[in-house]
Ligand binder design. Structure first.
Ligand SMILES: [Zn+2]
Length: 331
């Protein structure tokens, strides 16, 4: 008798977009992947309706593509910005969505009539890279996702580490300069205040106040407000000295933060995901060098520092993985 293949739907809820897709429980492939705008301004109910609709679309397409039946779908894993309470399935507060104490897990579950799980989006991205991406095969993994902010996740001894109140892994809010730049979290000198996408763009704008000769000026047609981390990386690839300095400084700041984590956790893998992976070796070579200069040698020797391998789907893959880990006990 053949065992029927079973599927899990993954939802990656972000401030701008919702990504969704399905995977079989063995994680071997991504099915019916899609993305839609979150439109958080329409309110929580509208967002939940949209998520439920996407879940139904993913299930319908998966059935068409694989011949599965609805009873072959075990549930829905949801990755959401936090902080959140996994046990109650509640999003405690999300500035980007404007939610407070919102029971996201049960709202989605009751709409689609399937069990659901909830975990932090950055935890999901790290777990996704570990299950199916660049951190595969690792046992102790530090994950960093660099975008509008810097999200983090920790896998220790082969399990996602949540800490005492689901707040572990906030790597973006590691202090790298005690009297440094103000961070959105209220602290001073957080890694996020130096190396997030907007922080990279801001440092480039500051550098150009002293030297306006950068080709960045052309790339944004003289409108400095249009400088983004992406344009900085593009200018750096063309050899622009100011952009190259901004990328090297980014590697320095990330190296300072990651050296601390490497000394504390002795990971076998550090996976850095998000838009910064576009910078490639321009970022990763000086980043590895900075870590080598700072961290304890036996820890550095045991650790590979790699770019994420799932730029579009880590969050969805990780949401599927967290459902599997939470509901079925293991990955
Ligand atoms: Zn902070």
């Amino acid at each position: 008798m053949t065992v029927r293949e079973q599927f899990i739907v993954g939802i990656d809820l972000g401030g701008t977009n919702i990504a969704a897709g399905a995977m079989p429980t063995d994680g071997t492939r991504e099915i019916a992947m899609r993305m839609a705008p979150t439109r958080a301004d329409e309110g929580a109910t509208a967002v939940v309706d949209r998520i439920a609709r996407m879940v139904e679309e993913v299930i319908a397409q998966t059935i068409v593509e694989t011949g599965a039946e609805r009873s072959d779908f075990l549930g829905v894993g949801i990755g959401s910005p936090g902080p959140l309470d996994r046990v109650r399935g509640v999003v405690i507060v999300t500035p980007n969505l404007g939610w407070r104490d919102f029971p996201l897990r049960d709202e989605v579950s009751s709409r689609v009539n399937l069990p659901a799980s909830l975990d932090n989006d950055a935890n999901c991205a790290t777990l996704g890279e570990w299950w199916c991406g660049a951190a595969k095969g690792g046992r102790n993994v530090v994950g960093l996702t660099i975008g509008t902010g810097i999200g983090g996740g920790l896998i220790l001894d082969g399990k996602l580490y949540h800490g005492a109140s689901d707040a572990a892994g906030e790597i973006g809010h590691t202090t790298i300069d005690s009297t440094g730049r103000r961070c959105k979290c209220g602290n001073y000198g957080c890694l996020e205040a130096y190396a997030s996408g907007p922080a990279i763009a801001m440092r480039a704008r500051e550098a150009m106040e002293f030297d306006g000769s950068s080709i960045l000026t052309e790339l944004v047609e003289g409108d400095m407000s249009r400088v983004t981390a992406q344009t900085v990386f593009e200018a750096a690839k063309r050899g622009d000295p100011i952009a190259l300095e901004v990328v090297r400084d980014t590697a320095h700041f990330l190296g300072v933060g990651l050296s601390t984590l490497i000394n504390v956790f002795n990971p076998d893998t550090v996976v850095v995901a998000g838009g910064v992976t576009q910078a490639g070796d321009l970022l990763f070579d000086p980043l590895r060098a900075e870590i080598r200069r700072r961290a304890f040698k036996p820890a550095v020797d045991a650790c590979r520092v790699v770019p994420g391998a799932l730029p579009l789907s880590a969050g969805v893959v990780g949401a599927v993985a967290t459902f599997k880990a939470q509901m079925l006990g293991d990955l």
